[in-house]
Design a protein. Structure first.
Length: 233
C-alpha cells in the first residue's frame, strides 16, 4: 500500500469529478442563488465558490475518517492486505459495470451510480434555501450527505489504498483528490459568472449526455479496477 500510485488517485478522483450527481446539485445551487439575486452575478460567483469549498472540507474530513478506519481494519503488510485490495479492485470493476449498464439502459437513481430517487426531494428542499454566500457554505456542508451514495465508491477504494500510509502522508493525496473532485463545481461557477454558458444550457447538456458520462465513468473504473486487481497500482 505504501507504493500507492499517484495515477490511481487522480484516476479515481476524475471518475468522481464527472459524476452526474455532482453536476446536478451544483446547477440547483447556482439556480437558487441566481433566482434570489438576479442582478448580482458576484453573489453567484461567491456562493458557488463557497459551496465548492464546503464540499471540499466535508469530503476531506470524510476521507480522514475513512482512512483511519481502514488503517485499523486492514493490516499494512502480508497476504491478507493483498487479498483485500484485490477485493477493492473487483469492487471498482463492479462499479464500472453498473455505469456501463446505465449507458445501455439508463434509469434515474440507479443503484450505486446516482443519487437515490428518494433522496432527491429532500436535497432539493435543502438547496432551495440557498440565497446567500453563508447559506451556500452551510448547505454545501449538509448536501454532502446526499452526494455520498453516488460518489463514495471511488473514494472508498482510494481511502483503502491510502490506509497503508502514515497519517501525514495521506494528507496530500486527500487534498489532491478533493481538489479534483470540486474542479467541475468551480469551473461551472466561473463559466456562469463570465457568461460562457447558462444554467439552462448546462442542465440540458447533462440530460443529453448523461448516458455517455456513465460510459466514460464505467470505462475508467473498469480499467483502474483491473489494474488494481492485478497489483499494478
Amino acid at each position: 500500500m505504501a507504493d500507492l500510485s499517484l495515477i490511481s488517485v487522480i484516476g479515481f478522483a476524475l471518475v468522481d469529478a464527472i459524476n452526474p450527481c455532482e453536476l446536478a446539485v451544483m446547477v440547483l445551487v447556482l439556480m437558487s442563488i441566481l433566482l434570489a439575486n438576479p442582478a448580482d452575478k458576484k453573489k453567484v460567483l461567491s456562493g458557488g465558490l463557497a459551496f465548492s469549498i464546503a464540499v471540499f472540507i466535508m469530503y476531506f474530513i470524510y476521507g480522514v475518517v475513512i482512512v483511519q478506519f481502514f488503517s485499523h481494519l486492514i493490516p499494512a503488510t502480508g497476504k491478507i492486505s493483498l487479498y483485500i485490495f484485490k477485493v477493492f479492485g473487483l469492487f471498482a470493476i463492479i462499479l464500472g459495470l453498473l455505469n456501463i449498464k446505465d449507458y445501455l439502459n439508463y434509469k434515474p437513481g440507479s443503484f450505486a451510480t446516482e443519487m437515490p430517487i428518494s433522496f432527491r426531494p429532500k436535497m432539493r428542499n435543502l438547496v432551495k434555501k440557498v440565497t446567500s454566500i453563508r447559506g451556500a457554505f452551510v448547505v454545501g456542508l449538509l448536501v454532502t450527505i446526499f452526494l455520498a451514495p453516488c460518489t463514495m465508491g471511488p473514494y472508498l477504494i482510494v481511502s483503502a489504498k491510502l490506509s497503508g500510509l502514515s497519517f501525514l502522508a495521506t494528507i496530500p493525496y486527500l487534498l489532491l483528490y478533493n481538489l479534483i473532485f470540486i474542479l467541475p463545481m468551480i469551473a461551472l461557477t466561473l463559466a456562469i459568472y463570465f457568461g460562457l454558458t447558462t444554467l439552462d444550457s448546462v442542465s440540458e447538456w447533462r440530460e443529453r449526455k448523461i448516458q455517455k458520462i456513465h460510459l466514460i465513468e464505467g470505462a475508467i473504473l473498469i480499467i483502474l479496477g483491473i489494474v488494481m486487481f492485478t497489483g499494478l497500482i
